[in-house]
Design a protein around this ligand. Sequence first.
Ligand code: 5MM
Length: 333
Amino acid sequence: MKSMTDLISIARSLFSTGKGILAADESVHSATARLASYGIPASEEMRRQYRDLFLGTEGVEKYLSGVILFSETLLEKGNDKKPFPKSLAERGILPGIKVDLGTEPISTSPRELITQGLLDLPERLAEYKKQGAMFTKWRAVVRIDGDQLPTAAAIHENAKRLAQYAKEVQAAGLVPMLEPEVLLEGAHSRARARAVLEETLGTLFSVVEEQAVDRAGVILKTSMALSGSESGKKDTPEEVAEDTVGTLMQSVPKQVAGIVFLSGGQTPDEATANLAAITRKAKEMGAPWPLTFSYARALQEEALSIWSGKEENVPAARKAFMERLAKVSAALG
Ligand code: 5MM
């Protein structure tokens, strides 16, 4: 059984210089939709090839400290005939696992979502651990709509579940990554996004403390403070950095092992430029935690559009993936 000191050092190792995390944990539903958006018909084998496109790329260990997998992938083999978690571990990349079971509408506020998956979590954690997972992730979703959403009740219930998840994961000897995603979708201003991020993170860490989760062993996965995708406003990287780092400094305890960012629908170039500005700002402000990326779409998009599900396009798609990884790694300063 791993001690808390072991868990803290595993969490910290995800922040090795110049490295970050690939989120490859799309559920069957999301992976099907993602592939369809590139004209790729989905099947179990096509999803396996989709994972292999990224996880089988030679040299990714230069930029990746970890990969978040979906439960289906944890049990599959790559084209090299090795189980994906084993082939990652052999290259020094920590395998992680998404453990939430997705979201459902809240009965009293049906436009808001609550994350499911606590009921059988201890049993599933024991299995994922046997299958090679070293860290875990749970995603909650926070929707902004003017001053109406999110409701304080939805933020609080999602925070309670995130904290309970973290407690169970630490008890199982794994590292929890807590992802309360504040959605980019909406017509809101950056100031409104910042206020919601502050409320979400403030509530989360007060519940984390109440439930006696060891903060030094948790990783926060957060959105950046951005104007909504339907606001008509494009923020400069400096504006994003000012509001994002300002919020984190105010709301995240200094003990937290580290903070990773999701890309949330930004283009690969936006997610890269914003990360670079955030890294600079965090240094300038003396932020106490290490920071890195944990992107899905911003790392995958260019490679997927080249690949298009065709074997002959794999080398060019992998080249694009490596080029994007190099740019995102460089953004870490
Ligand atoms: C927000 O989504 C996470 C980060 O991805 P982006 O960088 O594209 O924003 C991602 O890890 C997400 O949690 C997984 O893709 C799982 O999503 P689903 O919808 O399948 O639960």
